[in-house]
Write a protein that binds this ligand. Structure first.
Ligand code: CA
Length: 228
């Protein structure tokens, strides 16, 4: 049973993560991370790509090098990230997650402000948000807009600024532990959709108040969550 009393009585803003929430783009990200690290002679399992999801490329590369007892140089970072971007440009078009167009449309129709909060710098997906979800550039916080990406609270604090509301008047939908940590650090209640390969407890341990199996399940429960 879901305890709907955890949600704000009057929700003013909804912050949606992009990769793995709006688009099924994580398989592309995981594959291109594995391949670009492999080209640099580093073994990086797909599970780790999901664990680091939501962070900027810079953050992930530095972290992986540190785990190997090395510091990543600017050149290492650029080489690996450029290679990943190159592979991403050739990757198949990421499908929209089941039910998410309906979820976003229902949210907007309820008069709730919608902001997309993503660590991504992939213009290919960011530019689709307008056509697919009716979200303009002014309602997106991307990797281009922050100094410190997820798990830092900055992206979600910026979203709160854009929505001009308090943390207890907004909720977040995320799929990745670092994204949940970022949202929680900004004081936000977070619903997780486990759309990847992670164990669900990883998402609740990161601080999600509710962990759902899929975006379809979210779409089903959505009217109950947003009703004021
Ligand atoms: Ca994500």
């Amino acid at each position: 049973m879901i305890d709907y009393s955890i949600f704000p009585k009057k929700i003013k803003a909804l912050f949606f993560d992009m990769d793995g929430v709006l688009y099924d783009s994580m398989p592309n990200h995981a594959f291109t991370w594995v391949e670009s690290f492999k080209a640099a002679g580093i073994d990086f399992p797909a599970y780790d790509a999901y664990m680091n999801e939501g962070a900027t490329g810079n953050y992930t590369i530095k972290k992986v090098f540190r785990q190997l007892g090395r510091e990543a140089s600017e050149e290492d970072i650029n080489r690996i990230y450029d290679h990943k971007s190159e592979l991403m440009n050739k990757a198949p078009l990421a499908p929209i997650m089941p039910g998410m167009q309906q979820v976003v449309a229902n949210t907007l129709a309820a008069g709730i402000k919608v902001i997309i909060v993503t660590g991504s710098k992939q213009p290919s997906l960011i530019s689709r948000l307008n056509d697919d979800f009716n979200i303009g550039r002014e309602d997106i916080v991307s990797g281009f807009d922050v100094k410190n990406g997820k798990p830092d609270p900055e992206p979600y604090l910026r979203a709160l600024g854009k929505a001009a509301c308090l943390a207890d008047e907004a909720i977040v939908v995320e799929n990745a532990p670092l994204g949940i940590i970022s949202a929680r650090a900004a004081g936000l209640l977070t619903v997780a959709v486990n759309t990847g390969i992670l164990k669900p407890e990883v998402l609740s341990e990161a601080g999600a108040s509710l962990v759902l199996d899929s975006t379809s399940q979210l779409a089903e429960l959505w009217p109950n969550i947003i009703k004021s």
